[in-house]
Design a protein around this ligand. Structure first.
Ligand code: AMP
Length: 228
């Protein structure tokens, strides 16, 4: 999701910071709540939310040449080749001074591409927030995740069922089926998790326990931003 932020009061006052945070990466396994936290956080610090997963799904839905190329990988829960994902995301990184990246980088090679692209413009990352959560909880969350076709709201049949006021219908993402969930978690552990060591060594990493309710995770991120 790409959303330009305005200067309206939207909770930013709850985040007190010592310096300006302009370029953040949000890391975490599928189902950790990255999207939800990124939307809230982008409001809180007045940044653009750039989700590569959303860009991929939008390209597929629009049936663009790019969408047709990425679909086979995405539907199977596999990573889209670097060249394609970089072509998708780079225009957004360049267009905005302040953003939160959700879903990119996905491995160390992409992190190095990002670093080089930022360095070209004399920019750097300010912080990497990594959500940590147990695999079994992720499986329960993803297998029960549904999106309302009418309202585009995301629900969870176990933890947050749709209210009667939402007419639905409620759709499951193609990559939220059991085999694809397993593959996505495997890809996360094999390829994305090494990024924790990568960003830890540069001092950018902040680890957040994301096993609790959304509001509790919000509060932990807020405290982390305040402490920097
Ligand atoms: P997400 O919504 O972040 O789980 O992304 C959904 C799918 O989009 C992934 O399973 C990948 O197929 C693709 N995707 C999103 N971001 C990337 C990325 N940085 N690199 C490669 N593939 C990606």
């Amino acid at each position: 999701m790409i959303a330009e932020k305005t200067a309206k009061d939207n909770g930013a006052g709850t985040v007190s910071r010592k310096g300006t945070l302009s370029r953040l990466v949000l890391l975490g396994p599928p189902g950790a709540g990255k999207g939800t936290q990124a939307v809230w956080l982008s409001d809180a610090i007045q940044a653009v939310h750039i989700s590569t997963g959303d860009l991929v799904r939008e390209a597929i839905a629009a049936d663009t040449p790019m969408g047709r190329q990425v679909k086979t990988f995405s539907d199977r829960g596999e990573l889209v080749p670097d060249k394609l994902i970089v072509d998708l995301v780079m225009p957004y990184l360049i267009a905005s001074e302040k953003w939160i990246l959700d879903g990119f980088p996905r491995d160390v090679a992409q992190a190095k591409i990002l670093e080089a692209a930022l360095a070209e413009h004399d920019h750097h990352l300010d912080m990497v927030i990594a959500l940590k959560i147990d695999d079994q909880l992720l499986i329960d969350r993803l297998a029960n995740r549904r999106m309302s076709h009418a309202t585009h709201k995301i629900y969870n049949l176990m933890f947050d069922p749709p209210p009667a006021s939402d007419p639905g219908p409620f759709e499951q993402r193609v990559d939220d089926h059991p085999e694809e969930i397993r593959r996505r978690l495997q890809v996360y552990h094999d390829k994305t998790e090494p990024l924790l060591a990568f960003y830890s060594s540069s001092g950018l990493l902040r680890l957040i326990d994301a096993g609790g309710p959304i509001e509790v995770v919000h509060a932990k991120i807020t405290a982390t931003l305040a402490g920097q």
